[in-house]
Ligand binder design. Structure first.
Ligand code: MLT
Length: 264
């Protein structure tokens, strides 16, 4: 359903009852990337998967937006939904938003799942690539993000074994509003560095990497996990970047085990 959040309509999928679990999607995706996790968790948890502003069915921002503003939207959404505390998961760009949330309101989160993400801000080269991507998206539409990302999201063997997954992914990426993706590129390009935040994280944390992830490689993820007190770190074998969709059984097993161990 849609909620009126900070001057914009924000779509959120909600399923199940129990302790709330909020899962934040990556770029250029929306809540649909979490379908397997929604199916696996909703028997025991209240699973909340928003579309960040400008992606999926949420309104495209009218002016420039930051990772901090995406985080503010989530905090307002929690207030509107009557959620005082929740477990928080972020995949890739969703992880960047999760860092901002931990910076702003650490007491509102009972546990943290960081999947295929990185704490460092963009360097000059990465920033330039994002600006180029933003221009191409503006000129040619969301297919630009689809074509750039698809080769990196899942491994070749998975693509061959699961053609339907490739079709679904392509369809989701093509359906994104191009202008919303432009905003997301700019927000990521100028996001705050979160390396210093890591040592202050005091909630139980699960870090999940994909063995063959070219975007957030396992060594980057391991270094991040090492800086978070008590974090548990796992590599999903034969997986690329999009572990929740490419290897849902392995991902969900880690997630369920982790959630069982945290206090609501
Ligand atoms: C994502 O999956 O959200 C993006 O790859 C993040 C990024 O480009 O930094």
């Amino acid at each position: 359903m849609k909620h009126h959040i900070n001057g914009a309509e924000q779509f959120v999928e909600e399923k199940g009852h129990g302790a709330p679990v909020i899962l934040l999607h990556g770029f250029p995706l929306d809540h649909r990337m979490w379908q397997s996790q929604i199916d696996a968790l909703s028997a025991n948890y209240r699973v909340i998967t928003p579309d960040l502003r400008g992606m999926g069915q949420s309104d495209v921002p009218k002016s420039n937006i930051s990772i901090d503003q995406y985080a503010n939207d989530i905090l307002t959404l929690m207030d509107k939904m009557g959620i005082e505390k929740a477990a928080l998961g972020g995949f890739s760009m969703g992880g960047y938003v999760a860092f901002a949330l931990l910076r702003k309101a650490p007491k509102r989160f009972t546990g943290l799942i960081l999947a295929n993400t990185r704490p460092e801000a963009d360097g000059q080269e990465a920033r330039k690539n994002r600006l180029n991507m933003a221009v191409s998206l503006y000129e040619k539409g969301s297919v630009v993000a689809r074509d750039a990302m698809l080769p990196k999201l899942i491994t070749e063997p998975s693509k061959e074994a699961h053609p339907k997954l490739v079709d679904t992914l392509s369809m989701v990426m093509e359906s994104m509003p191009a202008e919303g993706l432009v905003h997301a590129c700019l927000a990521m390009a100028f996001r705050e560095d979160s390396v210093d935040l890591l040592s202050s994280i005091s909630v139980p944390t699960l870090v999940i990497a994909g063995e063959q992830d070219p975007i957030a490689p396992p060594d980057v993820m391991k270094k991040m996990a090492d800086q978070i007190t008590g974090a548990s770190y796992h590599i999903i074998p034969a997986a690329s970047h999009l572990t929740p969709m490419e290897k849902p059984e392995a991902f969900n097993a880690l997630l369920i085990d982790f959630l069982k161990g945290i206090k609501a």
